[in-house]
Design a protein around this ligand. Sequence first.
Ligand SMILES: [Fe+2]
Length: 295
Amino acid sequence: MRIEPMPGPFGATVSGVDTASPVASEVIESLWQALYEHHILLLTGQHFDAPAYSAFGRQWGDPIMFFNPADRDPELPELIQIRNDANTPPERRDGAMHWHQDSTYETVPAAITMLAAVEAPAGANATLFADAVAAYETLESATKRRIDGLRVVHSPGGGAPELAFHGEYRGRGKRDEGRVWREVTHPLVWRHPDTGRPALHGISGTAVGIEGMPRDDAIALLIELKSHVTHDEFVQTATANVGTILIWDNFAVLHRATATKYSDTDGERRRIYRYSTRTIRPSRTARSASVRAGT
Ligand SMILES: [Fe+2]
């Protein structure tokens, strides 16, 4: 296995790992280590097969079943399908083109997420990442004191419109599955469940306010922090092309998709599988292999 830093502020490319069959536990441990060191990993040279990919995902941890059954693969419901079918209704397009961390509307959000493409248009399909650890580290001391201990309120219905930079958000419709969805809160500065490093968390995406703070003040603070973390010096780009698996640490980075052309034409079709888990590196976790609700 070879791990090489990507050009740019963070991220690493990994070669020499074959995920088509079960990966040795020592290799998975090395990948956890590399992920926590580099925030995002791009595994190259993969021969994609949905069942094998799902099995590889399970080597990291149990899946998060996506809230909307319509987005789940019919055969392997732990895999979320991301597609660009031309008949996709407007309200369901470009649902991830805003800066966010995954599943922040859940009581326990996603720890890691991975993407693999069955089909992807050439020169498209990139994901942008922003380093929430470095962004926190570079804040003024006074700002750190101001935000430590705050809790962000997240709405299952989507984030505050004022937090949408350059028209990021589009409606996604109401969440289903017969669940009762309520607002949840998470720490604004979440110390990584494994490394302990503090990072900005949930300052965009489904954020609608800060617990105990007037709404206008909360939104202004979130906008200030989001402007900081999405500054060019903290942003990296990676692409889950066919033959790669892209993995990221949601406690270290925010991410957003880039524009997709909706098309059924050969060469323009996009079919990607997402797998997310709440698990953190098991061997370093004495009490649990899963993230707990932030306290
Ligand atoms: Fe996402």
